[in-house]
Design a protein around this ligand. Structure first.
Ligand SMILES: *Cc1c(COP(=O)(O)O)cnc(C)c1O
Length: 234
C-alpha cells in the first residue's frame, strides 16, 4: 500500500474509534512519526494533508529540516528523549517538544526559546508503566509537581498537556489501563487549576494501539509504521 492509502486507512480507523467512544473525530490529531524516513516520504504525507510530524532525534532532524523548510504550515514535534545539551538546537528546530521530562530541561528550553524570540509548545512525558528503561516522569512524583509549579516562570514554553508511551504488549488491549491512567492524571491536574498549566492535549496511541487510546480519550495519536511501513533496523 502507498503512503496515501495508508493514511486513508488510518483516518478511517480514527473516525471509527472516535464514533465508538461517542467522540468527535475532529478533535483527534494524526501525527505522522517520520523518524528514520526520508524527506520524500514526509512530503508525500504532507501532500495527503498531514501537517503534524514527529521526530525523535535532533541530529537526524538537523539533516532533514533544511529540505523541508518550504512546508511552511507543518509542525515539527520532538517526541524522543532530549538531552539537556541538545536543548538549544531542539528549541530552534522544532515547533514543540512533546517529551519534556525534567525541570532542568524545561529551564534550558525556556532560555533557548527566549533567545530565539519564540514560544515552544510542550507536553510533559509521563512514564505510566514505571519502566526504568523509559524516560518520563512518574505520575505521583515530586518532580512532576515541581515542574507544574514552575510553569508560570517558564514564559517561553506553552504547556499543553501530557504524553505517554505505555509498556509494549502484543495485545493492544493491555495498554488500555495505562491510557486510562494518563487521562485520570490529566483530569486530576486540570482540577487543580494551576497557573500557566493547560493539559488539554493527551498524546497517546501508536500504530498498534491508537484505536484503544482514542477510546480512552487521546487527542493526538503518533503513528509511524501504519503510515510509512516498517522502519529499517527496528
Ligand atoms: C516511533 C514512535 C512512535 C510511532 O511508532 P509506530 O509503532 O511506528 O507507530 C510513536 N511515539 C514515539 C514516542 C515513537 O518514538
Amino acid at each position: 500500500m502507498s503512503v496515501a492509502e495508508n493514511i486513508a486507512d488510518v483516518r478511517e480507523r480514527i473516525t471509527a474509534a472516535a464514533r465508538r467512544a461517542g467522540r468527535d473525530p475532529g478533535e483527534i490529531t494524526l501525527m505522522a512519526v517520520s523518524k528514520t524516513f526520508a524527506v520524500e516520504h514526509i512530503r508525500e504525507a504532507y501532500a495527503d494533508g498531514l501537517r503534524v510530524f514527529g521526530e525523535n532525534r535532533v541530529q537526524e532532524f538537523i539533516g532533514k529540516a533544511a529540505a523541508l523548510r518550504n512546508l511552511r504550515d507543518a509542525e515539527w514535534h520532538m517526541i524522543g528523549h532530549l538531552q539537556s545539551n541538545k536543548a538549544a538546537a531542539a528549541a530552534e528546530l522544532f515547533t514543540a517538544i512533546d517529551s519534556l521530562d525534567s525541570l532542568r530541561l524545561a529551564e534550558k528550553l525556556n532560555a533557548s526559546a527566549e533567545k530565539l524570540g519564540k514560544k515552544l509548545g510542550v507536553l510533559i512525558e509521563i512514564n505510566v508503566g514505571g519502566e526504568t528503561a523509559k524516560s518520563g516522569l512518574a505520575p505521583d512524583s515530586g518532580d512532576l509537581e515541581d515542574l507544574l509549579m514552575a510553569a508560570p516562570g517558564l514564559d517561553h514554553l506553552e504547556l499543553r498537556g501530557l504524553m505517554t508511551i505505555p509498556p509494549f504488549t502484543e495485545d493492544a488491549q493491555e495498554a488500555r489501563p495505562y491510557f486510562r491512567q494518563l487521562r485520570a492524571l490529566r483530569d486530576q491536574i486540570a482540577a487543580q487549576r494551576l497557573p500557566a498549566v493547560r493539559v488539554d492535549v493527551l498524546s497517546m496511541g501508536m500504530s498498534h494501539d491508537f484505536e484503544i487510546a482514542i477510546e480512552e480519550g487521546s487527542t493526538c495519536v503518533r503513528v509511524g509504521t501504519a503510515i510509512f511501513g516498517p522502519r529499517k533496523g527496528s
